[in-house]
Design a protein around this ligand. Structure first.
Ligand code: CDP
Length: 784
């Protein structure tokens, strides 16, 4: 009998990840591991130019090469009304270019051949004649009078402007600024970077000529949503489309959008009648799939003479690339608005955002982020540190003075979002104590007197994850609920199927643990399946740390549904009234007689063998969970840096990370998530950059130029935690996957700016490479 004391995998237990048994043995099933009978391979021909009119495409030599089955162009796609497709933001995007190319790396044609190498050789034989046009590579360039019109095919589009959005209250914000003692301004650029998952994107499309059913294996974080988009684009009935997302080697938002390669491979399989595989190489992934950030932001913070924050004003220009393909809900605008005021009780705010087309790759995905909250967190945390420095206040004290107080929750922010719970001073105190802040501050002063360049940076971020309540959140109109279907077999083992899709986050372990907690079945007895639209219940997928807040809640709720049925069966078996039964994890017993009990396994067997009169057989159910609100995890990160004056090299001496994600299902997995996020934050702060020359050539198209941190560069992390449960989540859990990527870049950069502040240096945009630091020190007269 499973008893509460010996139950394996309850919430809070750091059990080992079930999925690692196959990953560590090299037995995972990633897309490129699949080989279907008769399978063909596809290679995509991409534009070398950022902006050019297509005069002609000659595919004759490529088509004549041995092993080539077909060469697909935009013209052929247009005959099937598939040359353009809708984006997740309601714009249109070229599948294969017909008129112009609008970014370097854009899809122009595709070769389908017997092998990958034949396809790639033939691709090189395609000849395209272009008329090269001037390129636009920044929002400033896009808004210049006389700038080339990028989207000239769009009816009514007269310039490169996409949208203007506003949030907050302009009048009250203006009034607060008018009476401010001090206004601190920060202009900063959050540069374009890339999620760069270990596994690139790809698919195998297999359209069965006899049944008409399209089975598409795809590296998708959101298989159901993709199925619906495919049904809408192709007109195929939804039950004739099966998306299977197998094991995925990292997504981070990169695998949310629909990419042209998916559409072309599916069309090719339909036309040819054989499976078609397409897998990107690294450069294709970096130059053509969903980038992140690329926000130019200006923030003004108004403060009174006592250091109380009065108001915040923000304007941003967003560089969206050639097609507006951000993955974002339609009802609210930039996710930046949600937490732009951060962890601070700022009475009023006004935010404006303008989006622009440029000749750069589309797809501003929220890289390990909820709809651009990373940019918001970076801006407010950088601004607050700059304000503290300018006002001559201690960074930590200034934050504490202005924190939303624990008793103010639920707290409605100046932009109208309701933070569910938080205890910011506590997380800050744990971090400062771990760091030994007071002593360190004195040490910094001592070292500075000796000529050292050293500093401490703090970021007390608030995050918002778990999209979301369906009333506010949707993708192309689909409400952002999520689902769990639980089936308990007669032997008391179970199968849990989810609408979300792990890309390495450990769902097979943590969701099983939720069932363990709710039903008392050991975690190893619960198999978790995700990613097959023919078997999984409909869900919106995994991104934006929404799995635990939404699908985790659905798992708890479906388990509770089953427990209610189990109560009826237990009452029948124990010949007692339902209300006389008491639940303790794993069994029902008769109140006052703990020995008169039935375990969940005994009840499961009875569900198929010995039921009370009139009760339906089986022990299974499904729950679709539409959360009442988002969850708001938070934390304080603190970084100590030393800077080499001669080279500008920044060394992170210490990094303390205190996170609060409410109740932790599996603390080890949570810690792993935070480690990963802190590493990515470190890379973004110091190393990663995709940039473009004035002709729109992408610089940063491979891992020689686009620098990712390895274990060598990455600092050691000192972890801490506080636990403030979410009041509306059935388990009190909040999401955590993205927190460290959202919160840490500002902490790293704040440390650098603190170190440089004695020299009057107030900002260096990321990535903070030695070249920029050295140049700033030299300008300040510190370095020769
Ligand atoms: O949506 P995604 O899976 O990326 O993010 P998440 O919900 O933050 O979960 C990431 C991983 O951490 C999952 O395995 C979660 O179940 C686990 N987690 C946890 O154990 N406890 C929490 N409070 C939050 C997440």
């Amino acid at each position: 009998m499973a008893t509460a004391t010996h139950l394996h995998g309850r919430i809070g237990e750091s059990i080992k990840r079930k999925e690692d048994a196959r990953f560590l043995r090299g037995k995972g099933n990633y897309l490129d591991d699949f080989v279907l009978p008769n399978m063909l391979h596809m290679a995509i021909f991409r534009s070398p130019h950022a902006h050019a009119r297509i005069k002609s495409i000659d595919t004759s030599a490529a088509g004549a090469m041995p092993g080539v089955i077909a060469v697909v162009t935009g013209e052929l796609m247009a005959q099937h009304k598939l040359a353009w497709m809708p984006t997740l933001s309601g714009d249109t995007q070229a599948v294969l270019a017909t008129d112009k190319v609008r970014f370097q790396g854009q899809e122009v044609a595709a070769v389908i051949a017997e092998t990958k190498y034949l396809a790639e050789d033939a691709r090189d034989a395609i000849i395209v004649d272009y008329e090269v046009l001037p390129a636009v590579t920044s929002p400033d360039g896009a808004k210049t009078a006389g700038a080339p019109l990028i989207r000239d095919e769009k009816e009514g589009q007269k310039d490169n402007h996409i949208y203007h959005w506003e949030s907050g209250n302009q009048a009250t914000t203006q009034a607060a600024f008018a009476k401010a003692h001090k206004v601190v301004r920060l202009h900063t650029f959050y540069p374009r970077c890339h999620p760069a998952p270990l596994e690139t994107c790809g698919c195998i499309a297999d359209v069965n000529g006899a049944t008409g059913k399209a089975t598409i294996y795809m590296t998708s974080q959101a298989p159901h949503a993709i199925r619906t988009v495919f049904a809408l684009v192709t007109g195929l009935p939804e039950q004739q489309i099966r998306i299977i997302s197998p094991d995925i080697g990292g997504g981070f938002g990169n695998k949310v959008p629909v990419y042209p390669g998916y559409v072309v491979a599916t069309a090719a399989s339909l036309l040819i009648g054989r499976p078609v595989k397409w897998v990107e190489d690294r450069t294709e992934n970096l130059i053509s799939t969903g980038f992140a950030r690329d926000y130019h932001m200006t923030g003004d913070l108004a403060v009174d003479e006592k250091g109380k924050m009065l108001a915040l004003r923000v304007h941003l220009d967003s560089d969206n690339g050639a097609f507006f393909a951000d993955a974002q809900p339609s009802k609210f605008k930039a996710g930046l608005f949600h937490i732009v005021t951060g962890s601070y009780d700022i009475p009023t705010a006004h935010v404006t955002a303008d989006g622009y087309y440029t000749n750069k790759a589309p797809g501003g995905v929220a890289y390990r982020c909820s709809f651009r909250v990373t940019e918001a967190s970076y801006l407010i945390e950088r601004l607050v540190t700059n304000a503290a420095i300018e006002l001559g206040l201690d960074q930590a004290e200034f934050r504490k003075q202005n924190f939303i107080k624990p008793e103010q929750f639920p707290y409605t922010s100046a932009t109208g979002w309701v933070y569910d719970s938080g205890d910011y001073p506590k997380a800050m105190d744990v971090a400062l104590e771990k760091l030994g802040y007071a002593e360190l501050r004195k040490d910094v002063e001592r070292r500075r007197k000796q000529g050292e360049v050293t500093g401490i940076g703090i970021a007390s971020f608030t995050e918002v994850v778990g999209a979301g309540h369906g009333a506010e959140f949707d993708i192309l109109g689909l409400r952002m609920f999520d689902s769990a279907e639980l089936r308990i077999h007669p032997t008391g083992k179970g199968l849990l199927r989810m609408g979300v899709k792990s890309q390495g986050q450990g769902h097979e372990t943590t969701f099983a643990q939720i069932v363990t907690e709710e039903l008392g079945i050991p975690a190893n007895d619960i198999a978790v399946e995700e990613g097959d639209t023919d078997t999984a219940p409909y869900g919106l997928g995994t991104y934006a740390s929404r799995s635990t807040p939404v699908a985790g809640a659905a798992t708890a709720m479906v388990s509770r549904k089953l427990r209610e049925k189990a109560r009826k069966i237990a009452a029948h078996l124990l010949e007692a009234a339902e209300e006389d039964l008491e639940w303790e994890v794993g069994r029902f017993y008769v109140k006052g007689s703990p020995d008169r009990a039935k375990t969940i396994q005994e009840i499961a067997f009875a569900a198929y063998t010995n039921l009370p009169e009139g009760l339906e057989a089986g022990l299974e159910g499904v729950h679709y969970y539409d959360p009442p609100n988002m969850t708001y995890p938070f934390g304080t990160y603190a970084v100590v840096v030393d800077i080499d004056k001669g080279t500008g090299q920044v060394k992170v001496r210490r990094m303390v990370a205190v996170d609060d994600c409410g109740v932790r299902i599996n603390p080890m997995i949570v810690e792993g998530q935070i480690h990963g996020g802190l590493t990515e934050g470190f890379g973004i702060a110091f190393m990663e950059l995709i940039t473009f020359d004035s002709d729109g050539n992408c610089i940063g198209s491979n891992f020689m130029d686009y620098l990712l941190p390895t274990a060598w560069e990455t600092p050691r992390f000192e972890m801490g935690e506080t636990v403030t449960p979410s009041p509306h989540h059935p388990l009190g859990a909040k999401g955590v996957g993205e927190s460290a990527t959202v919160g840490s870049p500002a902490a790293y950069v704040n440390a650098v700016i603190d170190a440089l502040s004695p020299y009057g240096i107030t900002n260096i945009d990321m990535p903070v490479g030695p070249d920029k630091v050295w140049a700033a020190l030299r300008k300040a007269g510190v370095t020769e």
